[in-house]
Write a protein that binds this ligand. Sequence first.
Ligand code: TYD
Ligand code: MG
Length: 463
Amino acid sequence: MAKPKRLFRCQQCDAQAPQWGGQCNECGAWNSLVEEIQQASTAAGQEMISKHATYAGERQSSVQSLTEITSEQAVRWSTGLPELDRALGGGLVTGSVVLIGGDPGIGKSTLLLQAMAAMAEKSGVSPLYVSGEESLQQIRLRAERLELENAPVDLLAETHAEQMIAVAKKRQPQVMVVDSIQTVFTELLTSAPGTVAQVRESAAQLVRFAKSSGVTMILVGHVTKQGAIAGPRVLEHMVDTVLYFEGDSTTRFRILRAVKNRFGAVNELGVFGMTELGLKEVSNPSAIFLSRGEQAVAGSVVTVIREGSRPMMVEVQALVDETSLGNPRRVSVGMEQNRLAMLLAILHRHGGITCSDQDVFINVVGGVKLSETGADLAVIAAVISSLRNRAIPRDWVLFGEVGLTGEIRPVQAGEERIQDASKHGFSHAIVPAANAPRKAVKGIKVIAVKHLSEVISVLQQTE
Ligand code: TYD
Ligand code: MG
């Protein structure tokens, strides 16, 4: 077979070049040329294409009405880890391709080894775990640590994409894990493993294999600060589901977040804790994010956020301190800095409380990231509490979006959040008026507010 022709293509302007160069000749962009395979450039290839084109022209493409098509129920396997199932939208869909991204060392290999072992043992699925990063001995050591050494999981140490596919064709596993895609290379390209071209082309081969053979494929991808471009970002459109494994590697908690899912809701979260015996599921995340001391302290406020399909209680902390520099600092961990600046401006303009001579630090406890606006009210309350050095009672909870005119706007699933707060023993909830339930919720007093000024006066009364 003739070797396919290679060329280099600029990622900015799509210009082609026969050789690699530091700068694109067309648009002048630096370091934008990426190697790729020229598709069907040979005479034989062209002939093939034209032949297929005639076939396609003669064949009758049939149009069907949406109502006539009967859907095949997607078959889902439980991975044996309910939190992983939750992030996947209710289990692993057979024949799908899943990408799990995350920083190195966050626990991707551990998670997948545990999931494969549990799937093999509980559902009788035959998994193949291909590792390009670790030797089989290293995986065995890890399995011993996890007490999974007797699990019926097939292992393969391989980085050559074609070879991997050849082995998979022979063994016919039902689930295949490739850990990690950055180590895989295809012989079609000469560039080094881990480069954009290699990652993209080997992933494309694996995805094609998965779709044609029906094997369920799980790809692991590293996201690194410098190498983000060669990371799984370029793969996101090729796969059915993208999960990100997040968390600070210094804390125990890890969050698995769905950012794309053709078979379920996005922003579904799975929460895990890393222990000596591997990842343990956390089925009631509020309990860990809320572990607070007995005493109410200034600057600490609890809010209910909604991640995916469940409400979650998190603690937001603020520290407001006199600035020693000319320019006051606004630092936020777990929320967007621009949003903090906006909330402080609203607090000044519509609440009459200024922080212009104060440094403001915000931290969301437990490494949670606030991705919705429902936590606005809690951030503002935490800032007021810290600024005045007055604690908000421990069993109070707040949620709601704050608009630019100081109005308190409703959020999704308000009643569910209030119920969740009540379940966790909270006695008072400050909520947007439009979210106030018609019927009283047992065990919790709801204080409905329409404007920031009402929130401030309610908080003053608690003092
Ligand atoms: P790993 O799964 O190798 O991460 P990744 O594949 O995402 O690079 O996890 C590595 C970290 O997990 C490592 O720092 C040690 C820790 N760990 C535990 O704390 N307990 C365990 O039982 C295992 C297997 C790993
Ligand atoms: Mg790993």
